[in-house]
Design a protein around this ligand. Structure first.
Ligand code: FAD
Ligand code: NDP
Length: 330
């Protein structure tokens, strides 16, 4: 199969790109993946409940519901959606070549590629984590911090980077107090963020401390057993919320060694654009964004990727026509 443009991924970035491409009559093919990186088609929002900060839904909307709606909107304008995972991608020459997980050796081609494979928040695998995931435990304070179960309750953040500092500070708006657990004797966060955190009256930072076990009443979490990594002394910390801020893993294994990627594995795009280091390859959503990581920003960059892909394809066709007129081939 050859297509003008292939979209890899199925979160807000991928579907927004597909909607724009399909409306521009570019007949996009979208690979939504089959449990790619352990995440169902539809992406990270399918792993959560209420989305309260995506504009247009004053009463909120369930994560799976908004992703079903985005998928329907992609299809409505003619996107061909394939429920397979792209397993190999060769960006060395145009048209770009790829193979899927279930049909190895069967090579498909595309003139342009939009990478919207997303990222996944790291988990810690604490005892009780599976039981209380989304019933007290979250990997996104900005997404979940405002829900009623956290209001005026003691909360815990694990992590010592900028995300932990930012999320803990954000949570002080809702919780009665926020305790930050840092595994080493120092924060990794930038000094300005670290100072803000350390000076906040509603925050306590516990260094050399790790989480051990999440406790609860079978419905929601009520506390966390923590351990001092130097003295090995354990104690039970009362907590209604536990927020992980221990980093994300962008899904970039397909393009490692082919595209410019930063030290943490994120695709590097030209600032303010979805352009990658290879012409005709665009990146959108969390796979290229370690700062905002929101559905709305992913959708926004998906739109940008589609518009730049459309421009690229128009120029590419013009080149081909001029090449043919002058009797040269690409
Ligand atoms: P993702 O949503 O990460 O999806 C990428 C998809 O691509 C995945 O389904 C994956 O399986 C697929 N894929 C990966 N590799 C391949 C491949 N090789 N072939 C085919 N498919 C592939 N944001 C908000 O704005 N509001 C919220 O309330 C909110 N709540 C959240 C709650 C939780 C628990 C989490 C984890 C995140 C939350 N977020 C929220 C963040 C939001 O989900 C992400 O920012 C957004 O989903 C990123 O979108 P994306 O398009 O980059 O891709
Ligand atoms: P980082 O990788 O910077 O920090 C992750 C933190 O989690 C580190 O403190 C790390 O500890 C800790 N950690 C990792 N694994 C574990 C574990 N198993 N148990 C306990 N703690 C653990 O990730 P961030 O998400 O904070 O930041 C990613 C990037 O995004 C950075 O470049 C950051 O600067 C940027 N960013 C910037 C913001 C801003 O400028 N406002 C906001 C948010 C992010 P250790 O230090 O011991 O390794």
């Amino acid at each position: 199969m050859h297509s003008k443009v292939v979209v890899i991924g199925s979160g807000p970035a991928a579907h927004t790109a597909a909607i724009y491409l399909a409306r521009a009559e570019l007949n996009p093919v979208l690979y939504e993946g089959f449990m790619a990186n352990g995440i169902a088609a539809g992406g990270q929002l399918t792993t959560t409940t209420d989305i309260e900060n995506f504009p247009g839904f004053p009463k909120g909307i369930m994560g799976s519901e908004i992703m079903d709606a985005m998928r329907q909107q992609s299809e409505r304008f003619g996107t061909k959606i394939i429920t397979e995972t792209v397993a190999k991608l060769d960006l060395s020459a145009r048209p770009f070549k790829y193979e899927t997980e279930w049909s190895p050796g069967e090579v498909h081609t595309a003139d342009a590629v939009i990478l919207a494979t997303g990222a996944s928040a790291r988990r810690l695998g604490l005892l009780g984590e599976d039981k209380y995931w989304q019933s007290g435990i979250s990997a996104c304070a900005v997404c979940d911090g405002a829900v009623p179960i956290f209001r005026n309750k003691p909360l815990v953040v694990i992590g010592g980077g900028d995300s932990a500092a930012e999320e803990a500070t954000f949570l002080t708006k809702y919780g009665s107090h926020v305790t930050v657990l840092v595994r080493k004797d120092q924060l990794r966060a930038s000094s300005i963020m670290a100072q803000r955190l350390l000076n906040h009256p509603k925050v306590t930072v516990l260094f050399n401390t790790r989480g051990i076990e999440v406790k609860g009443d079978d419905k929601v979490m009520t506390g966390l057993v923590i351990e001092n990594t130097v003295t090995h002394k354990r104690q039970l910390l009362e907590a209604s919320g536990l927020f992980y801020a221990v980093g994300h893993d962008p899904a970039t294994s397909l393009v490692k060694g082919q595209l410019d990627i930063d030290s943490e594995g994120y695709i590097i795009t030209k600032p303010g654009t979805p352009l990658t280091s290879i012409e005709g390859v665009f990146a959108a959503g969390d796979v290229q964004d370690k700062r905002y990581r929101q559905a709305i920003t992913s959708a926004g960059t998906g739109c940008m990727a589609a518009m730049d892909a459309e421009k690229f394809l128009a120029e590419h066709e013009l080149d081909q026509r001029e090449g043919a007129a002058e009797g040269k081939s690409e």
